[in-house]
Design a protein around this ligand. Structure first.
Ligand code: HEC
Ligand code: HEC
Ligand code: HEC
Ligand code: HEC
Ligand code: HEC
Length: 427
């Protein structure tokens, strides 16, 4: 669930004006943003305390899973803190791995923070990004008249700001009911430990990585990674954990001996959140480049085929975030390295967010799906040419990044494949 309208659209508005606030009873004022010849609507909210509303107020209970935080958790006996840093004092490797993961950046991420500040982002955005009540400043108990922008909230006396910075930390997944939940329920740990393989299963991942609903006309949930996996060939063979938390043998704590363990990098797209950082990556796509002939005659048509297959992902590629895409670039360069012909192909979804969220197209690759792309060039002149193929994986478009003010340092894409071939054209 995301405030897509403010991130997945076309260029930023060219002109804006703010409509005057006409009545005190108005809780929302509508601001019209004129963008490229059409009208874009954004809901603008007054401060929550302003205007004593005269309408009848009903408090409606929360209903959807994403409206709830994980209730307040006590520190398990034997520990002094819920923080990942404190777990890391003993679980050194797990902590170092987790620190590089996207989960550790789920709160601090510039993009997330930029979006959270927008009026169109409801409070419940935080429930998958800082899932523990202990990480949240307010306790939300209901909605005024069912309006997601009007939560009934009170200050959380147990709010822990340092814990909030950690995003999806160890305790989000491992601490429940005053105990550390683990795969074995070992009695060697200094902390209370309970075996719970039902909780520590793919169901845990799916609780956040699958949400499909229309919240408001312009705010839609579109995370379907769980459903894609269930419908695909890996279901029953491999799951989120076996692919994203690869199994190994090692010590969970130094001196405690080898055991079955899993890497905690939660490797995914590999597009870092911070410039210069390495992001743990999995590659879902396999590439099958075609061959070029030894030489071509002048005036001949070059027909080159490049195949892409989603070989390794247990779901579609890209998955989850609808803003992700891949670009395949074919370039024919002459001997002076000038581009003679360029062709680009895109793999991903396209959405329209106004006046209502609507998917326009989707050519994501299903698990196991293979697709052939063809590059055609008329070889008009004799000489040595270069055919270059590059594949890049993108987090979002440049214009979305600019609109969100993410700065020049925010990494937007990574190259994942390059192939360079010589094309000889004779008389
Ligand atoms: C149901 C759980 C859930 C809720 C609720 C949720 N998110 Fe997320 N969010 C996710 C998941 C899962 C990802 C990672 C998706 C992926 O990489 O496939 C994510 C990723 C993101 C990202 C990173 C996008 C990127 O380019 O990497 C941003 C920004 C974000 N969410 C903003 C929001 C906002 C704003 C809201 C509220 C409107 C929200 N989220 C509510 C689960 C959630
Ligand atoms: C003072 C050291 C220490 C701290 C701090 C600590 N642990 Fe442990 N933990 C251990 C030891 C020792 C084991 C047992 C290792 C083994 O069996 O090989 C263990 C085991 C575990 C297990 C595996 C349980 C199982 O079922 O096998 C999990 C999960 C775990 N800890 C999570 C955490 C989390 C989460 C935190 C922080 C909230 C944490 N630990 C803090 C020492 C610690
Ligand atoms: C509490 C909610 C939550 C749970 C539980 C959760 N995730 Fe995530 N996950 C997220 C969010 C939110 C993000 C994106 C954070 C961001 O981009 O800022 C994310 C990101 C990821 C990514 C990286 C995506 C990328 O772009 O590289 C992978 C991979 C991932 N999760 C796998 C898993 C697996 C496997 C599990 C289960 C063991 C799991 N997640 C459990 C919320 C969750
Ligand atoms: C068969 C192995 C496999 C299974 C099963 C699997 N994944 Fe993945 N996942 C991958 C690979 C490989 C990628 C990298 C795709 C790419 O970008 O090339 C990936 C990427 C992701 C991403 C990053 C988003 C993106 O588009 O790059 C998220 C989030 C994710 N997986 C979550 C999950 C969740 C949640 C489950 C369980 C419902 C799951 N995965 C099951 C292999 C798997
Ligand atoms: C997104 C959820 C998630 C987060 C975050 C997470 N873990 Fe885990 N962890 C799991 C799952 C799932 C397993 C169990 C895998 C299995 O069934 O073998 C596990 C297993 C473990 C184990 C048992 C040994 C092993 O490696 O499998 C330890 C110890 C552990 N985690 C410690 C930590 C620590 C310390 C942190 C934070 C630095 C952390 N975990 C963060 C999901 C998570």
């Amino acid at each position: 669930m995301r405030s897509h309208p403010d991130r997945c659209w076309m260029p930023p508005p060219v002109a804006t004006f703010t409509a005057p606030i006409t009545g005190r009873m108005l809780n929302r004022v509508i601001v019209y943003l004129l963008a490229s010849g059409f009208v874009l609507m954004v809901l603008w909210r007054c401060s929550e305390t302003a205007n004593a509303p005269q309408e009848a107020q009903n408090i409606t209970p929360l209903t959807h899973s994403w409206e709830f935080a994980i209730p307040h958790q006590e520190i398990p006996k034997g520990l002094t803190s819920l923080s990942a840093a404190s777990c890391g004092a003993c679980h050194v490797q797990h902590y170092e791995e987790w620190r590089t993961s996207t989960h550790a950046h789920a709160w601090t991420d510039l993009q997330f923070q930029a979006e959270l500040k927008k009026e169109s982002s409801p409070l419940m955005c935080i429930n998958c990004h800082i899932p523990l009540q202990n990480q949240q400043e307010y306790i939300v108990s209901g909605l005024i008249n069912g309006d997601i922008y009007r939560p009934v909230k009170e200050k959380n006396p147990h709010f822990d700001r340092a814990l909030q910075q950690e995003g999806i930390n160890c305790a989000s997944c491992h601490v429940r009911g005053g105990a550390v939940l683990g795969p074995n329920g070992t009695d060697r740990a200094p902390h209370r430990t309970v075996k719970d393989t039902e909780h520590l299963s793919e169901k845990l991942c799916i609780s956040c990585h699958n949400a499909n609903a229309v919240i408001t006309p312009t705010l839609a949930c579109t995370f379907e990674t769980g459903d894609e996996w269930k419908a695909g060939p890996f279901f029953g063979q491999k799951n989120c954990i076996s692919c994203h938390m690869v199994e190994t043998q090692r010590e969970a704590v130094a001196g405690f001996g080898q055991r079955k363990s899993r890497f905690h990098t939660f490797a995914g797209s590999g597009i870092p959140k911070v410039k210069g950082a390495e992001a743990p990556m999995l590659n879902g796509l396999a590439f099958y480049p075609g061959k070029v002939r030894a030489s071509y005659a002048t005036g001949e048509q070059l027909t080159y085929t490049f195949k892409v297959k989603n070989e390794h992902a247990g779901h579609r590629v890209p998955t989850g975030d609808p803003e992700r895409f891949f670009i395949i670039t074919f370039e024919l360069l002459n001997a002076a390295d000038s581009v003679v012909l360029r062709q680009q192909e895109r793999i991903g979804e396209e959405w329209e967010w106004y006046p209502e969220a609507k998917k326009l197209s989707d050519n994501n690759l299903d698990p196991g799906e293979e697709r052939a792309y063809h590059f055609n060039a008329l070889l008009g002149k004799k000489g040595n040419y270069t055919l270059r193929i590059e594949v890049t994986k993108h987090r979002m478009t440049q214009s979305t990044a600019e609109y969100n003010g993410l700065g020049d340092d925010y990494p937007l894409f990574i190259p994942i494949y390059e192939n360079v071939m010589t094309v000889k054209v004779r008389e």
